[in-house]
Design a protein around this ligand. Structure first.
Ligand code: SPV
Ligand code: MG
Length: 291
């Protein structure tokens, strides 16, 4: 059982950002995914730097839509499951952050638990996932209202270790580069510790154009990419385009769904279960026993 304490874990994201040229975060929303990351690292000898608690994947594993329906008490249980396995710093996707006073309380709780960072995105109304590919389904929050949410949340933090990232959805909702850069200025002035710039272009060109200007103005503010749509770029290439953090946001959940569907289909089609496509039960028993 992992006995890593909250005070040791919380500041690790800041430390990694200070020490490494860039960091990689992998989606992890439950205990089994944390075990899978740990076992992949043991096989590879390479490591991820942080875990991304994805709103989409958390909701998907519960069979729910990615629209802020899953409440924070459920998420806090899932985060504790991850903490019992992994010592990596955790970044929580907080969607829009919801009502500001509620967000401030969640920030205080998560910081106390040992979470390293939260990300909130500048949308309003019923949040829709950014990867739908339809600009007109997203309502952007007023930049000053969103900046005030960041300002108030920063005041709810107790340590200098906890980070609040502002995620700019301008390119998802059809806003211009100038607007995205304006939003970044407002959010950083309000105290945001970092920026996430999202894009659904397969060439990532809008995020890259943003990063080029942003990094000249704010070389010391961490910038994160979520390259789901432009996954052909390597981590080093994305770092070259300005990313300090690269978030692999949903690849474990999506590969799990593909494998689970294939296993169920195979049983239906063959009238028996072919062990060949599954991990042996012993592998799973050993993975959970080692925890
Ligand atoms: C998530 O993983 O929940 C994200 C990233 O917010 S995205 O699905 O691309 O919006
Ligand atoms: Mg999300």
């Amino acid at each position: 059982m992992n006995r890593f304490l909250a005070e040791n874990r919380r500041g690790m994201l800041k430390k990694c950002l200070a020490e490494r040229p860039f960091i990689r975060a992998i989606e992890t929303v439950n205990g089994l995914e944390a075990l899978a990351v740990r076992d992949a690292e043991r096989h590879s000898g390479k490591t991820f730097d942080a875990l991304w608690f994805s709103g989409l994947c958390c909701a998907a594993f519960k069979g729910k839509p990615d629209n802020e329906f899953v409440d924070m008490s459920e998420k806090k249980h899932d985060i504790e499951d991850i903490f019992s396995i992994s010592e990596k710093p955790v970044i929580i996707d907080m969607d829009t952050g919801g009502i500001t006073s509620h967000f401030c309380r969640h920030v205080a709780d998560l910081e106390r638990m040992g979470v390293s960072a939260v990300v909130i995105e500048d949308k309003t109304g019923v949040k829709r996932n950014s990867l739908y590919g339809q600009e007109n389904i997203h309502a952007m929050e007023n930049a000053d209202v969103f900046a005030d949410k960041i300002r108030q949340a920063k005041q709810s933090t107790a340590s200098g270790d906890f980070m609040i990232f502002a995620r700019i959805e301008s390119f998802i909702a059809g806003e211009s580069l100038e607007t995205a850069l304006y939003r970044a200025d407002r959010y950083i002035s309000a105290g945001a510790d970092g920026i996430v710039i999202h894009s659904i272009r397969t060439d990532g060109s809008d995020a890259f154009a943003f990063a080029e200007i942003f990094k000249k103005t704010y070389p010391n503010i961490p910038l994160a990419f979520i390259p789901t749509a432009y996954g052909s770029f390597t981590d080093k290439e994305l770092h070259g385009k300005g990313a300090d953090i690269i978030i692999y946001a949903n690849h474990l959940m999506r590969s799990a769904y593909k494998a689970m569907t294939a296993a169920a289909l195979m049983i239906l089609e063959n009238g028996r279960a072919d062990e060949g496509i599954c991990e042996p039960v012993k592998t799973i028993l050993e993975a959970i026993d080692q925890n």
